[in-house]
Design a protein around this ligand. Structure first.
Ligand SMILES: Nc1nc2c(ncn2[C@@H]2O[C@H](COP(=O)(O)OP(=O)(O)OP(=O)(O)O)[C@@H](O)[C@H]2O)c(=O)[nH]1
Ligand SMILES: [Mg+2]
Length: 176
């Protein structure tokens, strides 16, 4: 059986934990969400991932292992450790929130752009596609400076939607 280790990264509140828990709802999911400690970041959300998320599941004869990055800046030192463990990258932004997309750009530039060649493939998930957005997918691609063809929309609460992102990442057609 093939093994794919997938890093799910992105700015605070983009939907990383939700994505992994949804995909791994039939497998194993471990979250480390705790109360946000920084007052500025607490304006965005109350609970956040400290350390990392972990999940695994089987899909189309592939063992999928997911690691999710932490949300608060004070835990970002953990990101390089996770990058070394993974061979695929899903970079998630909250498509409904232009500030989230811009925070994503800063994060991508600082931690991921210098390491993109380490990954066998990467995609950008424009998440919360169920909510209205002033941005098009082409805008998201332009802000993040990635090829438009790498940007896919997602709804992290919907398993089919998450699996279509995984399918694009691994270069497979959905079997169902
Ligand atoms: N409407 C909608 N809400 C979503 C979606 N994905 C996640 N959410 C919500 O967005 C909020 C943040 O989701 P999380 O999964 O905690 O985000 P995260 O990226 O893990 O956040 P940090 O670990 O703090 O960085 C939660 O309230 C989720 O329920 C989506 O596709 N659509
Ligand atoms: Mg999280």
């Amino acid at each position: 059986m093939r093994l794919a280790r997938v890093l799910v990264a992105g700015p605070l509140g983009a939907g990383k934990t939700t994505f992994i828990s949804t995909v791994c709802s039939d497998g194993v999911f471990i979250s480390t969400d705790r109360r946000v400690t920084s007052p500025v970041e607490r304006r965005i959300k109350e609970k956040t991932t400290v350390a990392f998320d972990y999940g695994c599941t089987r899909w189309n004869e592939i063992k999928l292992v997911f690691y999710g990055t932490p949300g608060q800046k004070r835990f970002f030192y953990f990101i390089p450790v996770l990058i070394k463990r993974c061979d695929y990258l899903i970079f998630i932004v909250d498509w409904s929130s232009p500030p989230s997309v811009y925070r994503g750009r800063a994060l991508l530039e600082r931690y991921f752009r210098p390491n993109l060649s380490r990954f066998r493939n990467f995609v950008v998930a424009a998440n919360k596609a169920d909510l209205p957005s002033p941005l098009t997918l082409a805008d998201v691609a332009e802000i993040l400076a990635v090829d438009r063809g790498r940007v896919v929309q997602s709804v992290a609460t919907n398993r089919e939607s998450c699996l279509s992102v995984v399918s694009k990442l691994l270069g497979l057609l959905l079997s169902t």
